[in-house]
Design a protein around this ligand. Structure first.
Ligand SMILES: [Zn+2]
Ligand SMILES: [Zn+2]
Length: 354
């Protein structure tokens, strides 16, 4: 901290190799005091504050729309009394909701390994590489002083970086058949519950965590180069900010109540209702709304779909193959089974051509 205070433009001439970026600085200062902060801020979709906000907003939607706005297990909008609106029996007694629990428990057990392991290795490594690269291009620079304006910009750049990398990974998972079989586990959910957010095959965990670490590393590297360790506070602030945003966004977009934004806002930010579309198996909805937070990347790459109010969204992977991805076991072995049949059919094709 004393270092930060001493960093005035007059007395600090930075040497890029010795300047420390926010992620490396956190790693260096990884004491008993820092670890709990980092661990505590790993996004948790089932925190009580998050759930309370979800329930409050859903109640407001129920009041404003006179009992309308929630969808049933069939993906159709229907009016309901408050309790059935918030906690519909057909959704929470569905086999898909039960499978969510199993996959969630498995993901919970493995997540700390990916999240902490990759954030502590890939993140700082990328950050150092970016800082080194910038130092190579721009040479020695005078460190700038951190203020709230820069911290806000850092948050925004981190958010856009994260969202872009998320979009890229998500798009690739949808378009490359060998990767789709992994992500299919998320889409095999036939009903949406806040737990569906963590419904992923365990192989997907490290892929998403690498993406997150990469994006934080790039943003940390850019800002670390210009601000040095002064950005560390902003990084911790960012982690908290993201936990809040993802906690809410992640839970509500996997909730069966439609939370729409006005159309103009949906062109910039993904409303939770837009993720209902992402989970629909109708051909017009397939492969749309793939970003996590903003609509910028979907708009840029032509995958944005802003739904009408009460648009019908049957969830899942479609009647043809849903039977293969219904139980916990089917979802866990699914990718391996699909890969082996992909290899078999490729071998058969090669064999037939010879
Ligand atoms: Zn998807
Ligand atoms: Zn989803």
């Amino acid at each position: 901290m004393a270092e930060t205070a001493a960093m005035t433009p007059e007395n600090t001439m930075a040497e890029p190799p010795s300047a420390v970026g926010p992620l490396n600085d956190i790693l260096n200062a990884m004491t008993d005091a820092v670890w709990p902060v980092v661990l505590e801020n790993i996004p948790r979709d089932l925190q009580w504050p998050t759930l309370s906000v979800t329930v409050c907003l859903a109640t407001i939607i129920w009041l404003v729309r006179g009992g309308h706005g929630a969808k049933g297990a069939d993906g159709r909008e229907r009016a309901a009394g408050l309790l059935q609106f918030l906690l519909p029996k057909d959704i929470y007694s569905h086999v898909s909701a039960r499978v969510d629990i199993g996959l969630w428990v498995l993901e919970r057990m493995l997540r700390p390994i990916w999240a902490v392991g990759l954030l502590a290795t890939v993140g700082p490594a990328v950050e150092s590489a970016v800082m080194g690269g910038l130092g190579g291009v721009l040479g020695d620079i005078q460190l700038l002083q951190v203020n709230y304006g820069w911290m806000l910009l850092y948050s925004l750049v981190t958010l856009l970086c994260y969202d872009f990398v998320f979009y890229g990974i998500h798009y690739t998972m949808h378009k490359v058949p060998a990767l789709w079989v992994i992500h299919k586990v998320h889409h095999s959910a036939e009903v949406l519950t806040p737990l569906t957010r963590s419904r992923e095959h365990f192989i997907a965990g490290p892929i998403w965590a690498t993406g997150a670490a990469l994006s934080y590393g790039v943003a940390g590297g850019i800002f670390g180069f210009f601000f040095g360790a002064g950005m560390t506070q902003a990084t911790l602030f960012n982690v908290g900010f993201f936990a809040l945003l993802f906690g809410f966004n992640g839970s509500f977009r996997h909730y069966h109540v439609q939370f729409h934004y006005p159309r103009w806002l949906s062109e910039w930010l993904q409303s939770p209702a837009m993720h209902h579309i992402h989970h629909s198996y109708l051909p017009q909805h397939w492969d749309t709304n793939m970003a996590a937070i903003t609509s910028i990347w979907d708009r840029m790459f032509g995958t944005l779909y802003i739904p009408e109010k009460d648009e019908y969204t049957p969830w899942g992977i479609g009647p043809e193959t849903q039977d293969q991805y219904r139980s916990f076991w089917q979802n866990t072995v699914g990718p391996f089974r699909d890969w082996s049949s992909m290899i078999r059919s490729r071998n058969a094709k090669v064999g037939a051509a010879e």
